[in-house]
Ligand binder design. Structure first.
Ligand code: P6P
Length: 338
């Protein structure tokens, strides 16, 4: 049996693209991959280990936590906090930055993550995932402060996700394209299976939660209504819809075969500009999508250029096949300028 290119081999070989690299980042990414393997093992065992259902706790988002949210969050913290490569971590599940244990060197990177995105799907057997983003610490050698994490998405040195789906995968980019690895259970290694993933500019597939139709802004409603009018409408084409309710699953499908994903602003809670969080959902996914040739905006600006204002800031998200994202963005900007 040929093993193929393992994640470890790929990371080391990619490190050679960075002259003078210390190897810290390579070790960091490998440690993160171990955490993702552990999380996947708990997700796939589910009821067998009593991991499904809700915990009796809530998180900073005001959401009831699933047991697997806590298991996943702890798995990443404990897999990463001893490494000496980080000076702090931010998670969807924690109010502020995680302070590393004493006696551990404070490293040059920051890790931001959603430990188990779409976790409500675990109880019903639908794909979920871990989303991660890695930034450089403005000041290495000290505990990271909240402001250190508030960097625009263009500053990410790495972004990726682990998908716990029909197979267990890890997909990431450091700025040299997007590569996907599939977990080979017999050896416990992620093996390169999706090299240089690309998103076609055009698509006939969209992902949105249609039940929010009446809450959307007019330009988004116009865009989706045009898709739904099919060949009889202004687009002159029929479109297909998919909505998993798990961002990692929807984005992975788009990286594999194209499409457009929308979680736009809606009027249900005007104080909330969107559902998805900028630092550990929108930014990493936007980085991946752009690296694969797609586009990612809020409908009015490039997501990666947003200057974050707080750790759990939410933004509207429109990402995927470039021509469709540009169309929606044009509709939104026309509305704004009228
Ligand atoms: P809705 C999961 O809760 C999540 O954050 C994303 O993974 C997913 O795309 C979205 O929310 C689903 O939201 O409103 O359709 O349940």
């Amino acid at each position: 049996m040929q093993i193929g290119t393992t994640l470890s081999q790929f990371i080391i070989e990619e490190t050679r693209l960075y002259p003078g690299a210390s190897g810290d980042f390579a070790a960091l990414l490998n440690d993160l991959a171990v955490a993702c393997k552990f999380i996947g093992a708990q997700v796939y065992r589910g009821s067998l280990v009593g991991a499904l259902g809700s915990a009796d706790t809530g998180n900073v988002q005001g959401e009831i936590q699933k047991k697997l949210d806590i298991i996943s969050n702890d798995a990443i913290l404990k897999s990463m906090d001893w490494t000496g490569h980080l000076s702090g971590m931010v998670s969807e599940e924690m109010d502020g930055p995680y302070t590393l244990p004493g006696g551990i060197p404070r490293g040059k990177y920051l890790l931001l993550f959603d430990p188990l995105d779409g976790s409500s799907n675990t109880d019903v057997g639908i794909s979920v995932g871990t989303i991660f983003s890695i930034l450089r610490a403005p000041v290495a050698g000290r505990d990271a402060e909240p402001a250190d994490f508030l960097q625009p998405g263009v500053q990410q040195v790495c972004a990726g996700y682990a998908l716990y789906g029909s197979s267990s995968m890890l997909v990431y980019s450091t700025g040299y394209g997007v590569n996907g690895f599939t977990l080979e259970p017999s050896i416990g290694e992620y093996v390169l299976t999706h090299q240089q993933m690309r998103i076609p500019d055009e698509t006939r597939e969209y992902a949105i939660n249609m039940s929010n139709h009446r809450h959307w802004e007019n330009p988004v409603r116009r865009y989706i209504d045009e898709l739904n009018q099919g060949t009889a409408g202004p687009r002159g084409q029929d479109f297909n819809m998919r909505w998993v309710g798990s961002m990692v699953a929807d984005v992975h499908r788009i990286l594999c075969r194209g499409g457009i994903f929308l979680y736009p602003f809606d009027t249900r809670n005007p104080g909330k500009p969107g559902k998805l969080r900028l630092l550990y959902e929108a930014n990493p996914m936007a980085f991946l999508v752009e690296q694969a040739g797609g586009a990612a905006t809020t409908g009015r600006q490039r997501i990666l250029e947003i200057q974050p204002e707080n750790l759990h800031q939410r933004v509207p998200v429109i990402l995927g096949s470039r021509c469709e994202v540009e169309r929606v963005t044009q509709y939104c900007c026309e509305e704004s300028s009228s």
